[in-house]
Design a binder for this molecule. Structure first.
Ligand code: PLP
Length: 372
């Protein structure tokens, strides 16, 4: 149907079909279970927002004026401080950080904000968070997937996404792999953007940032890391995330984002600063996920699943060596909803992604159902 004014659906027409709609019939089946659905299909936090973060939010509730896109000096201090402490980066200034309204908006709009377009290429992992492709499509740039980034053809390549720990596989890139990728990107003048939003959720591997000196030698040219508080601090509902890295890239984005009004609300800025100053709640949340992960993993393996990678992140990447929709359908019959691996690329067609983001009660219900 044409839009008012005769405009065609020129932008939404660029985008793939929203995949989650295809899961709806399975959700309906799972919801018929007498003890209710266990929804492990999406990675949305279910545990409380830490009290100290709620307190910081409410203390800043009286914020009548416009916030700034770059954030308050207190927020920038917090972003720099956390990046230095947690990522091991050194020598960062306020020009090395930039707040985001959650990281998804950046992933979807970065190619457009960088002015990429037809003839430019954006690359991301073969199995990946679908929004990297969406961002390339919205800019009308080309997109390409890789197994090893240094095998890519650099012609026309302007933006290279890394994602470690990976959604959906939970794979963690080693320092050697990160170093080699940084060297390759620098050699070919490609901007390297590393999505590290699961960095605090390493289980059998210690995720390392692209900003760590062992990876980048303390030189941030052409390097940007993406961080989010959604998973680390149960703040998906607040939309709290940020970039750290090359001041030249961040300065350009700041100009564009100022004109676009991409401001983090002032109370969320205050809450973000409070959350980054605290590690106790991160440890507490990690312990919850570790227990859920171990219970689910044991139950899945006992009933014939093989788990690949999954050494970090909020997911188990599992297969029964059958088409993913068969696994989705069978688990839905047991009242458990999981995501088909195909959502993350054709290479995932025989895997499902199982999220750890359900309450302890729902995880034990899933474990009981898998045993049955
Ligand atoms: C790899 C990856 N990047 C970015 C995001 C977006 O997170 P947020 O917008 O909540 O910061 C997600 C969310 O699931 C993700 O899995």
């Amino acid at each position: 149907m044409p839009l008012p004014g005769g405009a065609a659906r020129r932008v939404s027409g660029l985008l793939p079909v929203f995949p989650w709609d295809r899961l709806e019939p399975y959700k309906a089946t799972a919801a018929e279970h007498p003890d209710g659905i266990v929804d492990l299909s999406v990675g949305t936090p279910v545990d409380p927002v830490p009290e100290l973060v709620q307190n910081a939010l409410t203390a800043a509730a009286d914020s009548p004026g416009y916030p700034t896109v770059w954030g308050t000096p207190a927020l920038r201090d917090a972003l720099v401080g956390w990046s230095e402490r947690r990522l091991g980066a050194s020598g960062l200034t306020h020009r090395h950080v930039l707040p985001l309204v959650g990281s998804k908006e950046l992933v979807a709009s970065l190619p457009t904000q960088l002015g990429l377009g037809p003839g430019d290429r954006v690359a991301y992992p073969r199995l990946a968070y679908p929004t990297y492709e969406v961002g390339a499509r919205l800019a009308r740039a080309e997109h390409t997937v890789y197994d090893d980034p240094w095998e890519l053809d650099p012609a026309g390549l302007k933006l290279l996404w890394l994602n470690s720990p990976s959604n959906p596989t939970g794979r963690v890139l080693t320092v050697a792999e990160l170093r080699r990728t940084v060297g390759w990107a620098r050699e070919h003048g490609v901007l390297l953007v590393s999505d590290e939003c699961y960095l605090e959720l390493g289980w059998e591997a210690e995720p390392v940032s692209v900003l760590h000196p062992d990876v980048c030698d303390g030189v941030y040219d052409g390097l940007v890391a993406v961080h989010s508080l959604s998973k680390r601090s149960n703040l998906a509902g607040y939309r709290a995330a940020f970039l750290a890295g090359d001041p030249a890239v961040l300065g350009e984005l700041l100009e564009i984002r100022k004109h676009s009004g991409l401001m983090v609300p002032a109370p969320v800025q205050a809450a973000t600063a409070a959350a980054l100053a605290d590690t106790a709640h991160v440890e507490q949340q990690r312990a919850r996920y570790a227990a859920r992960r171990s219970a689910l993993r044991g139950a899945l393996e006992a009933c014939g699943f093989r788990i690949e990678h999954s050494e970090a992140s909020l997911y188990l990447w599992a297969t029964r060596d059958e088409p993913c929709w068969e696994t989705v359908a069978d688990l839905a019959e047991h009242g458990v909803l999981v995501a088909p691996g195909e959502f993350y690329g054709a290479a995932g067609a025989r895997f499902v992604r199982i999220a750890l983001t359900a309450t302890d009660e729902r995880i034990s219900a899933a474990v009981q159902r898998l045993k049955a």
